[in-house]
Design a protein around this ligand. Structure first.
Ligand code: PMV
Length: 334
């Protein structure tokens, strides 16, 4: 049946144990497992409609998608079409829209590909299946596999070469730790010069620290899960900081070196450490492949952290808390 249409909404996620490095570039299979928390209220919506008339229209935040971005979306849609099942017609229209473009200082691709994976499968008539959705989202962008389920999520690296055992799984729902807060200190909204895709490839291929990073990160995952189980902010925060430093150290050891920190990034990191020492502030940072630190604290520390981020030079502070699963919606984008 052609004319099948579905819409899904997903939150982005921030890794507390990072994913950094692929063992398979085409299938997006990681060298190590990772662990993240979904971020509400930020969200991306995706609507997919299979149509009988041939041709593809792919729009991202109101603009026609081009180049690699368009190719990645199209590949994901084609993978579902190729699985057969119902007759889907020759054409497809896809639109994704995020409520947090560059201003949030976080990439929207994880939430976009998670929402897209859920919407494409639903438009094709498949039932909800978190594992299948996670595997599909992974092929768009690795970290997207961790935005299908909400709360606290492990992406298992898997062993198989076909990627069927490399998916994300929820360990705790958002309700396990609703007081947790994650504040993004936005110091730059510019697109980074080296994408995470290119940065991790260079690191895997040339950094002498890469193997040590991957082994340490794999060990960090069960430890981080344990800190979350106990809702131990200090344990989790210290581990997240150490894990982020090690990821960035492996990248800085690449050739050419890959450094995502700006002077303002370091200013925030140092201000945070000083406030912990001086005032007993319970807050720790993590840092993706970009300059904007994300600070973990709890509801009691939220105001102090927001003030600290501004004083240390953040142009904007985006306040988040653990979010829920990617969900189907009847509010289509077109
Ligand atoms: O999935 P990608 O290609 O956006 O890579 C994400 C890499 C990091 O954000 C640095 C770490 C992570 O686990 O999200």
């Amino acid at each position: 049946m052609s004319g099948a249409k579905a819409t899904a909404v997903a939150h982005p996620n921030i890794a507390l144990v990072k994913y950094w490095g692929k063992r398979d570039e085409a299938l997006i299979l990681p060298h190590q497992s990772s662990f993240s928390v979904t971020l509400a209220p930020l969200a991306v919506t995706a609507t997919v409609e299979f149509r009988s008339q041939p041709g593809e229209e792919i729009r991202i935040n109101g603009k026609d998608a081009a180049g690699k971005e368009r190719a990645r979306v199209f590949e994901l849609v084609s993978a579902v079409r190729a699985q057969g099942g119902r007759e889907l017609g020759g054409g497809v229209v896809v639109e994704t829209r995020g409520d947090f473009p560059a201003a949030a200082g976080l990439a929207s691709s994880a939430a976009a590909f998670a929402a897209l994976a859920v919407a494409v499968r639903a438009a094709a008539g498949a039932g909800r299946d978190a594992r299948a959705e996670s595997i599909l989202a992974r092929t768009g962008s690795g970290s997207a596999c961790r935005s299908v389920q909400g709360g606290f999520v492990v992406w298992h690296r898997g062993e198989r070469s076909d990627g069927t055992d490399s998916f994300a799984e929820q360990k705790f729902p958002a309700a396990h730790w609703p007081e947790l807060r994650l504040l993004v200190g936005v110091v730059s909204r510019e697109e980074k010069k080296v994408s995470s895709r290119d940065g991790m490839r260079t690191t895997v291929e040339t950094s002498p620290f890469y193997a040590a990073w991957a082994a340490a990160a794999e060990r960090d995952v069960p430890t981080a899960v344990d800190w979350v189980r106990r809702r131990d902010l200090e344990g989790l925060g210290r581990l997240a900081e150490q894990n982020a430093w090690r990821m960035h150290a492996s990248a800085m050891g690449a050739s050419p070196p890959c450094c995502y920190l700006l002077p303002q990034t370091l200013r925030i990191i140092q201000a945070l450490a000083a406030a912990r020492e001086r005032d007993g502030l319970r807050a720790w940072f993590t840092l993706d492949a970009g300059p904007n630190p994300v600070v973990l604290t709890d509801a009691g520390g939220e105001e102090a952290v927001a003030a600290l981020l501004r004083e240390a030079g953040a142009a904007e502070v985006v306040r988040c808390h653990p979010g829920g699963d990617a969900a189907l919606s009847s509010e289509h984008l077109f």
